[in-house]
Design a protein around this ligand. Structure first.
Ligand SMILES: NC(=O)C1=CN([C@@H]2O[C@H](COP(=O)(O)OP(=O)(O)OC[C@H]3O[C@@H](n4cnc5c(N)ncnc54)[C@H](OP(=O)(O)O)[C@@H]3O)[C@@H](O)[C@H]2O)C=CC1
Ligand SMILES: Cc1cn([C@H]2C[C@H](O)[C@@H](COP(=O)(O)OP(=O)(O)O[C@H]3O[C@@H](C)C(=O)[C@@H](O)[C@H]3O)O2)c(=O)[nH]c1=O
Ligand SMILES: [Mg+2]
Length: 292
């Protein structure tokens, strides 16, 4: 099958391209050829690639910057996502859209289910939530996959930030009162391919809807940082001591959910893809970085 992926240089887009095989030809298209804020470029990309399915992996992902650029975030995450879904629908294609744990308030004390009420605490989360609704409304064959705390050898992410800062500093202060699940982008890509197989193999659309697509297990950002440094030290890389702090000690423009753990059992049951525990994925990322 042919898979059009929006956002050529994004973490998830690049990992999807890495997984291309005989059964999955992956075509990542980014700006300026495909711009989510310019619907004509989306239509043109679909006409050029002739995909069997469209994966929307492009987004405005700068969580803090979004607080001062709400229009720009909305144009990509809400309107742009809608344009992609509608452009796919117009030529009778299914769409797979990636969303986030930040659609939740974080007030729940256990992992979030797909049926739980949303309540984003910032602009990024609000615009992503609006994007989910618009994607589902524009195309009856739409899958919304909420993932979280994405890291990979590519782009900007928390793991790469921790390694970079540890090169110059012996100690790092990291929040310990926000909990979630780091999810390795190559595993997200493999899971998305499993969804591609289903949505192209079963045309009806019984699979449409929202799914939580995260790795197994849970931690805090501080716990994630500590695990990164344990693995990095073991492979001779940079490491630092992590001092656990609270969200109040680390002011940021955007408020983040205290609990953004997602229950992934609906995804696992429906698509038959099993995620590993997040902690086992860190050495894989470090090994991939070492090869760069
Ligand atoms: N990163 C994370 O921790 C998480 C991400 N997600 C979601 O997963 C998906 C993939 O995220 P990830 O791979 O990390 O994203 P990245 O931040 O790595 O990449 C985002 C990509 O989107 C592209 N993009 C931004 N605006 C536009 C536009 N107007 N038109 C076309 N492309 C655009 C960027 O292009 P350019 O290079 O030109 O700027 C970039 O390549 C997103 O939907 C995100 O919301 C969900 C949970 C966690
Ligand atoms: C760099 C750093 C961050 N922090 C805190 C700030 C914040 O609360 C938390 C995570 O910081 P980051 O800015 O790296 O992560 P953030 O940009 O909030 O990551 C989010 O990105 C979007 C796209 C998503 O969809 C989410 O799932 C999530 O992955 O760690 C520290 O406490 N110490 C530090 O040294
Ligand atoms: Mg960030």
């Amino acid at each position: 099958m042919r898979i059009l992926v929006t956002g050529r240089d994004g973490q998830v887009a690049r990992c999807l391209a890495d997984l291309a095989d005989d059964a999955h030809a992956v075509f990542p298209v980014g700006r300026p050829d495909l711009d989510l804020t310019d619907p004509a470029t989306i239509t043109a990309a679909i006409a050029a690639v002739k995909p069997d399915v469209v994966v929307n992996a492009a987004a405005y992902t700068a969580v803090d910057k979004a607080e001062s650029e709400p229009e720009a975030a909305f144009a990509v995450n809400a309107e742009g996502a809608e344009h992609v879904s509608r452009a796919a629908f117009d030529v009778d294609l299914p769409v797979i859209h990636i969303s986030t744990d930040y659609v939740f308030s974080g007030d729940k004390t256990s992992p979030y289910l797909e049926s739980d009420a949303t309540g984003p605490t910032g602009v990024y989360g609000s615009t992503k939530l609006e994007g989910e609704a618009r994607v589902l409304a524009a195309n009856p064959r739409a899958v919304v996959l909420r993932t979280a705390w994405v890291f990979s050898p590519y782009g900007n992410n928390f793991l790469k930030t921790m390694l970079r800062v540890a090169k110059d500093r012996d100690e790092l202060r990291v929040v310990a009162d926000q909990r979630g699940t780091p999810t390795y982008a190559p595993d997200i890509a493999a899971a998305v391919l499993a969804v591609c197989d289903r949505v192209t193999g079963e045309p009806g659309g019984a699979w449409s809807g929202i799914y939580h697509m995260v790795a197994c297990g849970e931690t805090s950002w501080a716990g994630f940082a500590e695990a990164i440094f344990v693995a990095s030290r073991a492979s001779g890389g940079p490491a630092a001591k992590v001092t656990r702090i609270t969200t109040a000690d680390y002011p940021t423009p955007a408020r983040r959910p205290a609990n953004s753990r997602l229950d992934n059992s609906h995804f696992t049951t429906t698509f038959g893809y099993r995620f590993p525990n997040w902690i086992d994925t860190i050495p894989r990322c470090l090994a991939a970085l070492a090869k760069q």
